[in-house]
Design a protein around this ligand. Structure first.
Ligand code: LIP
Length: 282
C-alpha cells in the first residue's frame, strides 16, 4: 500500500477541510453508538476469516451509521468498509472504514478499540480520523496540514536509539500466520525496550503519531485498520512503509519517528525474512 502521496497539499486544502469534517462527524456518531453497545450485552456475534475473527451487531451498526453519514453528503464517492466491502464511486475519492477496530477487545470488554475513517485519492490517504470513544480522544490529519489530537498538534517521538524504543504490534487471525509473526519476536525483543500488543492497529498508529509509543509493526494488517493511522504518523513527522506478506493474508506495516525508523524497518524486515525462510516462504 502506498503511503501518503506527494501531490501538492495546496491543491487539496479546500476539499480536505470538508472531508475531514465529514470523517469526524461520522466517527463521532459511530462512537456514541458503540459506547452504548459496549455497556450492553454483545449481540449477533459471528466469525469471518477464522474462528477467532469476530464480528458483532455493533460492528455492523457502526459501519451503517458511518456510511450513512458519508454518502448522505458525498453520494458519488467510493467506499471500502470492513464489514460491507467495496462500493464503487465516480468522484475519484474512496472512503476506507473500520467501524470497530479492536473487535476482540470490544467483545471481551477491554477498553482498547476505536473507529477509523479515512478518505483517499489516487495519491493515498487525503484525510484520516481515529476516534477513541472510551478515552474521548480524536486523532485527525489532512495531507500537508499536520496531525492533531482533539485539535492540538501532535508529533511522533524524538527517540534516536532503537534499543530504547517501546513498540506496538499485533497478530492476524490465522493461526499459522500468528505463529510466523511471533517467530519474528526473538530477533526484535532483545534490540528494543519492549513490545506492547494492545489489539487495535488504528490506536497503535495514533499512539505512534503522538509519541505514546515509539513505533509500530504488524504483518499481516488490513488496509482499513491502517488507512487513517498511516496519515496520522506521516503528518506528525513520522515515516511508514509496507512489509512483505507472511502468508496469504497480505502485507504488513512498519511506522516510527525519523530517529529510529530506518533501524526499526531494517530490524523488522530481517526478522520477517527469517520467519519467511523458516516457513519455506523464501
Ligand atoms: C484488529 C487490528 C489489530 C490486529 C487484530 C485485528 P479488527 O482489527 O486492529 O491490530 O492485531 O488481529 O486485525 O479485526 O479488530 O478490526
Amino acid at each position: 500500500m502506498r503511503g501518503p502521496g506527494t501531490a501538492s497539499p495546496v491543491r487539496y486544502a479546500a476539499v480536505a477541510g470538508e472531508l475531514l469534517a465529514i470523517a469526524t462527524t461520522a466517527a463521532h456518531a459511530a462512537g456514541e453508538l458503540l459506547v452504548e453497545r459496549f455497556r450492553a450485552p454483545r449481540t449477533g456475534v459471528g466469525t469471518k476469516s477464522s474462528s477467532t475473527d469476530m464480528v458483532t451487531d455493533a460492528d455492523r451498526a457502526s459501519e451503517e451509521r458511518i456510511l450513512n453519514e458519508i454518502l448522505r453528503v458525498r453520494p458519488d464517492d467510493a467506499v471500502l468498509g470492513e464489514e460491507t466491502g467495496e462500493a464503487r464511486g465516480s468522484s475519484g475519492l474512496r472512503w476506507i472504514v473500520d467501524p470497530l477496530d479492536g473487535t476482540t477487545n470490544f467483545v471481551y470488554g477491554i477498553p482498547q478499540w476505536a473507529v477509523s475513517v479515512a478518505c483517499e485519492d489516487e495519491h493515498g490517504p487525503l484525510v484520516g480520523v481515529v476516534h477513541d470513544p472510551v478515552r474521548g480522544e480524536t486523532f485527525s490529519a489532512a495531507r500537508g496540514a499536520g496531525a492533531t489530537r482533539d485539535g492540538n498538534p501532535i508529533r511522533v517521538g524524538g527517540l534516536d536509539d532503537l534499543s530504547r524504543a517501546l513498540l506496538a504490534t499485533g497478530y492476524g487471525y490465522l493461526a499459522d500466520e500468528r505463529v510466523a509473526a511471533a517467530a519474528m519476536l526473538p530477533a526484535i525483543l532483545g534490540r528494543v525496550r519492549d513490545v506492547r500488543r494492545a489489539g487495535a492497529a488504528s490506536l497503535d498508529l495514533a499512539w505512534t503519531a503522538c509519541g505514546r509509543v515509539d513505533g509500530y509493526f504488524e504483518v499481516p494488517i488490513a488496509h482499513w485498520d491502517v488507512a487513517a493511522g498511516v496519515l496520522l504518523v506521516a503528518e506528525a513527522g513520522g515515516q511508514v512503509a509496507s512489509l512483505e506478506p507472511l502468508g496469504r493474508s497480505g502485507s504488513g506495516m512498519v511506522a516510527a519517528g525519523p530517529g529510529i525508523f530506518e533501524d526499526l524497518r531494517a530490524l523488522v524486515e530481517a526478522a520477517l525474512a527469517g520467519s519467511r525462510r523458516a516457513r519455506g516462504a523464501g
